[in-house]
Design a protein around this ligand. Structure first.
Ligand code: AAO
Length: 512
């Protein structure tokens, strides 16, 4: 316990806070709703060669199959059992993906839905992804099995049985979140079943878990599950490695349940990061990029060693969850690339890049009427493969933000500057900012409505560098802008506010 507290105070990475990334890689990509077969290919053909550390996959557990609305993406957040056939593929395909990704050093992190089963109105029958029978009215899930004894309803004190008030921590943990049947994780039996599910995946070779809806589970219950987990598979990880745990807790301030209730168990999603970065890059509420000088703990975020960060996630990119309209997504590509560039250049937290599918967004009075739409699919509801165009972008409404040159190259930048502190910060008091990472990399942003024309100290060794935003180094050539750093580390930067991408990034591996 003493060591544990000491580690917390020092911000030292604790066992379940360590993502076990390999080969100096540093970022996770969420391949939202991708099929296992496509992820396996992507690990080999794209993620490993471009320095991605891992993939967050959509929930692999058996889920309800919904028809009204038609096959929404969120059906996968309504488990029916812990069988491993899902909209992304079979158990065999899942195993094959884990093996192939591990073999090229790309970790798999599983989205684990363990707080609840399907909605109370889910019905009766076999409309489930592996065809298992269930009856939501009787709370009967024989494929686990769970029965009505395994749910929290007896403990919930609201009349509706629903969470009605986020200021009452007992409601939030013991009542139903949007009618989802709330598992009683106080029971050893439920803890055992959940741990058995997670251990099957650990034994298969996954590196850890994004744990869904942690605000709705008692930290002590999560700890009890966590203590039952196996160490990672030694075919790919050092012996005695604990699974990486990052918990989804939406803490934007103002509620009694906070992220810090959970940081003893693993990392926590820092939603303030997503929401605030959007506000700054959009220049709302008088925010400016110059204020990012103190980004991180200085903005009231949790300790860096506890945080998992992102520009947007699968909920807040379509108005689910929280964070509001400030959140930046692929729908605004110019500022999205800048926001993601900033995130990847800045040392705070473990970074997760979003990779989305496009849907028919239709906003009426601020609400997207089509926020439910599932992934690109065939008329029978099965998910379409990810189409790769000759120019390496994706087709068939797969957005593949992680394949955008600017984002992919910044994922590499983060690897190159890993563990280096921020250095040589400069700003114009407004929205032109620049900073280095030790003597390994340097980035300059112009988010003002005027030209940037400045000589700055980069801290880099003298030479000619290739900007990895407008292009990249290809052999001994540069397909983008070139930056000349003189022998004392100074370089001249010229960035028009009209540029397609008004930022420049260079690092020691982009030196010509
Ligand atoms: C669907 C239907 C429901 C139906 C249900 C069952 O939409 O109408 O009742 O099926 O039949 C996803 C979808 C849901 C979907 C569900 C199951 O988003 O629409 O329900 O699958 O299919 C809360 C939780 C958080 C959760 C988030 C969506 O705390 O854990 O809601 N995220 C995860 C997943 C998500 C998934 C689930 C959980 C469930 O990432 O994809 O749901 O597995 C406050 C609280 C937050 C709370 C939000 C939204 O936020 O703080 O904790 O998130 O409200 O309820 C200000 C505040 C901010 C506040 C916000 C909104 O900004 O600062 O804190 O206002 O009030």
């Amino acid at each position: 316990m003493g060591i544990f507290i000491l580690a917390l105070v020092l911000g030292v990475s604790l066992a379940q806070h360590d993502p076990h990334m390999k080969h100096g890689r540093t970022s996770i990509v969420h391949l939202f709703e991708w099929r296992w077969a496509d992820i396996a290919d992507e690990c080999e053909r794209y993620l490993a060669p471009n320095g991605f550390a891992g993939v967050q996959i959509s929930p692999p557990s058996e889920s309800i199959v919904l028809q009204n609305p038609w096959r929404p993406w969120y059906e996968r957040y309504q488990p029916i059992s812990y069988n491993l056939c899902s909209r992304s593929g079979t158990e065999k395909e899942l195993r094959d993906m884990v093996t192939r990704c591990n073999n090229v050093g790309v970790n798999i992190y599983v989205d684990a839905v363990i707080n609840h089963m399907c909605g109370a109105g889910g019905g009766e029958g076999k409309h489930s992804s592996c065809g298992s029978y269930f009856n939501s009215h009787k709370k009967d899930f024989p494929a686990v099995p769970y029965s009505s004894w395994d749910f929290n309803d007896g403990k919930c004190k609201t009349n509706s049985g629903e969470i009605e008030n986020y200021h009452d921590i007992f409601q939030v943990r013991d009542c139903r979140l949007v009618s989802l049947l709330d598992l009683n994780l106080q029971k050893d039996y439920v803890r055992d079943k959940v741990a058995e599910y997670m251990n099957t995946l650990i034994d298969m070779g996954v590196a850890g878990f994004r744990v869904d809806a942690c605000k709705h589970m008692w930290p002590g219950d999560l700890q009890a599950v966590s203590s039952r987990l196996h160490n990672l598979n030694t075919s790919w990880f050092p012996s005695n490695s604990k699974p990486f745990i990052y918990q989804e807790v939406i803490d934007l301030g103002g509620e009694p349940i906070t992220a810090s209730d959970y940081t003893g168990i693993g990392r926590v999603t820092e939603f303030k990061y997503s929401s605030k970065l959007g506000t700054v890059i959009r220049k709302w509420n008088g925010e400016k990029m110059a204020y990012l000088r103190t980004w991180g703990e200085g903005w009231g975020f949790m300790t860096s060693g506890n945080a998992l960060v992102f520009v947007d996630n699968h909920d807040n990119q379509r108005g689910h969850g929280a964070g509001g309209s400030s959140v930046i997504t692929f729908w605004d590509p110019r500022i999205y690339k800048m926001a993601t560039g900033f995130m990847l250049a800045h040392p705070y937290g473990v970074t997760r890049v979003m990779s989305s599918f496009r849907w028919n967004r239709h906003i009426v009075d601020g609400k997207d009427q089509n926020d439910w739409m599932g992934p690109p699919s065939y008329p029978d509801g099965s998910t379409k493969p990810v189409l790769i165009n000759p120019d390496t972008t994706c087709g068939d409404n797969w957005v593949c933000e992680h394949r955008w040159r600017q984002i992919r190259n910044m994922v590499i930048f983060r690897n190159v500057v890993n563990n280096q502190p921020i250095s040589h910060w400069w700003d114009n008091g407004s929205n032109q900012v620049a900073f280095g990472r030790g003597n390994r990399g340097f980035i300059v942003f112009n988010n003002d409505d005027r030209h940037l024309d400045m000589t700055l100290n980069t801290g880099l060794p003298g030479g000619t560098y290739c900007d990895i935003i407008s292009g990249q180094k290809e052999g001994s050539r540069c397909s983008g802008k070139q930056v000349t750093v003189d022998s004392d580390g100074r370089a001249h930067f010229n960035i028009s506010n009209m540029d397609e991408d008004p930022f420049i990034a260079i690092h020691v591996d982009s030196k010509l």
